[in-house]
Design a protein around this ligand. Sequence first.
Ligand code: TRP
Length: 335
Amino acid sequence: MEENQQEKVLYSAVQPSGNLTIGNYIGAIRNWVNMQREFTCFYAIADMHAITVRQEPALLRRRTLELAALYIACGIDPEQCTLYVQSNVSAHAELAWVLNTVTYVGEMERMTQYKDKAARHAENVNMGLMDYPVLMAADILLYQANLVPVGVDQRQHLEITRDIAIRFNNRYGETFRVPEAYILKEGAKITSLQDPLRKMSKSDENPNASVYLADDRDSIMRKFKRAVTDSDNRIVASDEKPGVTNLLNIYAAFKGCTVAEAEREFEGKGYGDFKLAVGETVADALAPVQAEQKRLLADKGYLAGILKCGAESAAYAARKTLSKVYRKVGFYRGE
Ligand code: TRP
């Protein structure tokens, strides 16, 4: 079955936990915006995945809405894609249950992320944490997705999704499309401002290490001013200069230029001026996104309407797959 690009389904989701960083923006959100023109996109806010670790209920609800507003503010167009909240579409939980019966405990116990999280949350190794990959498989398979954009940390989850789909198809007959990883064009990896050899993370304990999309101009300027560089005072990208390279990458990404152009622009300048320019560029780029997010959050009715529409169209697509699954496994469906 050959399809053109527009008909290809792309599925992605993000958990509404933690504050997103400029690394998430460059690595994920910006790409979502571009992909919505190319594919039939489903974008979910994965609140059901989020509760596999302890969440403060009021905060989870607020972050869900904030994330929806942020996506729209960044250019996700609810007219062009399906933007919805995972728990608003009950088919996710329903399909996950069926998929549980073709997934082995042993393979879940071997998942890297499960082992990491179980070690980090030793007091709360709940069934949901172990079942996380099955719910993720349900997300993807419900929409018969062709493509799933994933970073390295989610590769193994996509692999298991493929295994589960193939296993189900073999046992019950052709039901699911087997999805593929959509490898993003290698954008620059954004690293910590305090330890430039490590990835910038939304859960870093050092508040100066990450620039959050919600940071105000003063915090942004302060964080860049304190960014770790080196003592040789040349503004060029190289492996020996991870701090300066990271700042050049950030500057180029937000300015929309190449790193070589950025190097030329700052030739002969000192680190102080350079950091100031990077901070200003990032703050200038984020200001309109933040203003738009704030405007959207003030209009709860509008957001609720968007998410309701999204959930309805997601539910419609999901229901088709789920009915097929229920028929295949032999559930009684009436006459
Ligand atoms: N587990 C993903 C993450 O933490 C979020 C996610 C949930 C997801 N369901 C998905 C990603 C389906 C891709 C496809 O990043």
